[in-house]
Design a protein around this ligand. Structure first.
Ligand code: ADP
Length: 268
């Protein structure tokens, strides 16, 4: 299995105070990683270091290539926490926003580029807003247009920083279903910062818990067993976050689930 993001002993400090220390992990093809942790724990900073937007120490490789030699940026779609497009009042259409996701497109838009834009808008169910002014759309619609922009170069890796914060419950569900489809049907690898573990938990295959360093990185099942996670969150939160215990009754670990206070039954 190909390594998509490899971090070895990564560190970072904005001033002299370290924000990230000794970060090591390996995201592989097809992984859907939920990046969780306390506010101020360094999640956003870590994404920026991985993308070379901040200069860290240690080693980062993307698609098996060291970060300083990596050129295939079209393979990566990034949805930042605060998009400059959302902040600006410039009267730009939704379609033009998506077009911005194609590198090197000037004023002459090729048919090929337009086709890509339409495809990405189809995927994110935003074709119907193509001609509308981006700012007139609801937050949920804007977020899906920004996702179309992140998808337009057909990335193999999507990196998203809390994309659901401003969304209502319905838009959130639609957004996460869409990401689940991209991961499961098209094999797009996803690294997502989220507090929405309840909604997104059913799609995520791995968790990474970061509080200055990696407290935990592994599958949902391993998350359930992890003493390090139990120490950070307490067993109750540990077992609700992983989404294995919610709604449908039994914990898949059954009687092996030592820390589950409810004997492997749902907490909900
Ligand atoms: P998280 O995403 O987990 O909430 P952040 O990566 O945003 O954490 O922040 C980690 C730490 O770095 C926090 O203490 C935050 O105040 C600090 N920080 C974030 N951005 C900057 C910045 N541009 N300059 C200085 N400190 C920053």
């Amino acid at each position: 299995m190909q390594s998509i993001i490899r971090a070895e002993n990564v560190g970072f400090a904005y001033t002299r105070v370290p924000v990230l220390e000794n970060i090591s992990f390996n995201v592989q093809t097809g992984d859907y990683v939920g990046l969780i942790g306390p506010n101020g724990g360094g999640k956003t900073t870590l994404l920026k270091v991985l993308l070379g937007l901040e200069q860290g120490t240690g080693t980062v490789s993307l698609f098996n290539t060291p970060l300083d030699k990596f050129k295939d940026w079209h393979k990566i779609g990034y949805l930042a926490q605060k998009s400059p497009v959302s902040a600006s009042r410039f009267p730009i259409s939704a379609e033009e926003v998506v077009l911005m996701g194609l590198r090197g497109c000037g004023s002459n838009v090729s048919v090929c580029e337009l086709k890509r834009v339409h495809e990405a808008m189809q995927q994110t169910r935003t074709r119907e807003y193509a001609g509308k002014i981006f700012h007139d759309l609801s937050i949920g619609q804007q977020q899906r247009v920004l996702l179309a922009r992140a998808l337009v170069s057909k990335p193999k890796l999507l990196i998203l920083d809390e994309p659901s914060t401003a969304l209502d419950a319905q838009s959130r569900e639609m957004f996460f279903n869409l990401l689940g489809e991209l991961n499961q049907q098209q094999g797009v690898t996803i690294l997502l910062i989220t507090h929405d573990t309840g909604e997104v938990g059913k799609y995520i295959s791995k968790f990474m818990y970061v509080d200055k360093t990696v407290i935990f990185f592994g599958t949902k099942q391993e998350f359930c067993h992890s003493a390090a996670v139990a120490k950070q969150l307490g067993p109750f939160a540990q077992h609700t976050i992983d989404h294995l215990h919610n709604h449908h009754g039994h914990c898949p670990l059954g009687d092996d689930c030592e820390t589950c206070a409810h004997g492997g039954r749902a907490h909900a």
